[in-house]
Ligand binder design. Structure first.
Ligand SMILES: *Cc1c(COP(=O)(O)O)cnc(C)c1O
Length: 406
């Protein structure tokens, strides 16, 4: 078991008061706080090792390049990639998915081809495919979600066909916490020769991801939900795809030879990394991976699961509170409504109690519609949360009910 109280001390932003109350941060699924080790890594780059990468022959540039590529190795090992060239640095999950939609889309998708997504996707894993379908005449197919919040796997199997050119599916639902059985989904898709993109934005921080074991073709995630910096994320792609796919953006860093007659592109990963990258954030992300590895996924899983269990029981003591979905496996986040109280009012009252939760549609409007809801309140748990945090949340919810008593 990890010591959440000790871990909390590693995160400076958590040691503050809001409205005169100790901060209780239950919004890590929107963005996680950063440990000092990540902050230090970023500062270190600017204080000592800063220069552009892959450019100069001078010492600072060589040092910056060495650190940058070492970070790529660290992140590659973190997700079990076969080769660090399969790690493409992007701004985040959104850009990673857009990269695949543009590049793989141009390479492989034509009229009447089909792309499968699900009803529980984040808008980031819906709209790029809608845009691609508009441009190409391809067709978007949707796996429905059951009442409990699981994917309808029978419906999924029926959707797979020789017309299907991609399955793009979330590892974990950011709105209700469902952990999808992605390994089985990938195996099923591969039986039909369908490549698979996993939106790992909510999956990467709660369990060890091994892209080779999963055998996914693409895996996308953001640094900022993984206790790392904003502005950086990763697209993992199998070499065979990345080598076959055309560049996404053009510019510096991504070329081999440029002339007005014919430009040739750099090898992967640089082919997909046009322009000066976010050098400091790459260092920060690498530090975040090291930090998590030190805590250990076994300990993280035990702690978060125990806390999820505790939170579920505690929330159920609040009258008229309804937890949305009851999936087979759930990541440590709970979406709920309280009768007669709008989610935003709950959010405001809780804020005054020092508790930060997320309210709204969670960028998953189709899933909200599926449940007939406009908004929910969502409490998401992370390595630094404690049972005390849950107690403060539940106390705040009781208080909110008192205020809104009719
Ligand atoms: C947050 C999130 C995204 C988008 O991530 P960005 O960091 O905003 O690009 C995509 N999918 C899921 C499931 C998410 O939770």
């Amino acid at each position: 078991m990890l010591d959440a109280k000790a871990i909390k001390k590693d995160f400076p932003a958590l040691n503050q008061q809001v409205h005169g109350k100790d901060l209780v941060y239950l919004d890590s699924a929107a963005s996680a706080q950063k440990p000092q080790a990540v902050i230090d890594a970023i500062v270190e780059v600017y204080r000592k090792d800063y220069s552009n990468v892959h450019r100069g022959v001078h010492t600072l540039s060589e040092r910056a390049t060495r650190h940058f590529e070492a970070a790529r190795e660290t992140i590659s090992r973190f997700i079990g990639a076969q080769d660090s060239r399969e790690i493409i640095f992007v701004r985040g999950t959104t850009e990673a998915i857009n990269l695949v939609a543009h590049s793989y889309g141009r390479h492989c998708i034509k009229k009447d081809d089909e792309i499968i997504i699900s009803e529980m996707e984040h808008h980031s894993n819906i709209i790029p495919w809608q845009l691609l379908c508009e441009q190409t005449g391809a067709i978007l197919r949707i796996i429905p979600v059951t009442n409990s919040g699981d994917l309808d796997e029978t419906a999924f199997k029926k959707l797979c066909s020789s017309r299907t050119k991609l399955l793009a599916i979330t590892h974990v639902s950011n709105a209700i916490g469902t952990i999808n059985p992605i390994k089985a989904l990938i195996a099923e898709a591969h039986r039909h020769n369908i490549p698979v993109l996993i939106d790992g934005a909510q999956g990467i921080m709660h369990q060890r991801v091994d892209v080779q074991d999963l055998d996914c073709d693409f895996y996308a995630f953001s640094g900022h939900k993984l206790y790392g910096p904003t502005g950086i994320g990763v697209l993992y792609g199998k070499t065979k795809w990345l080598e076959a796919m055309p560049p996404y953006q053009g510019g510096g860093e991504m070329i081999n030879q440029v002339s007005f007659e014919k430009t040739t592109y750099a090898n992967i990963p640089h082919k997909f990394e046009a322009g000066t990258p976010d050098i400091a954030s790459v260092a920060g992300l690498s530090a975040a991976c090291n930090y998590i590895q030190q805590v250990g996924f076994e300990a993280i899983h035990q702690h978060e699961n125990a806390l999820l269990h505790y939170a579920t029981e505690a929330l159920m003591t609040v009258p008229e509170l309804r937890i949305i979905g009851n999936p087979t496996e759930r990541a440590p986040l709970l979406s709920f409504t309280v009768e007669h109280i709008h989610a935003h009012d709950l959010g405001t009252i809780l804020d005054h109690a020092g508790v930060a939760i997320r309210t709204g549609h969670h960028c998953a409007m189709p899933l909200m519609k599926r449940y007939g809801l406009a908004a929910t309140a969502r409490a998401s748990l992370a390595i630094y949360n404690t049972q005390h945090d849950i107690d403060v949340l539940v106390e705040g919810l009781h208080k909110a009910r008192g205020i809104f008593k009719r």
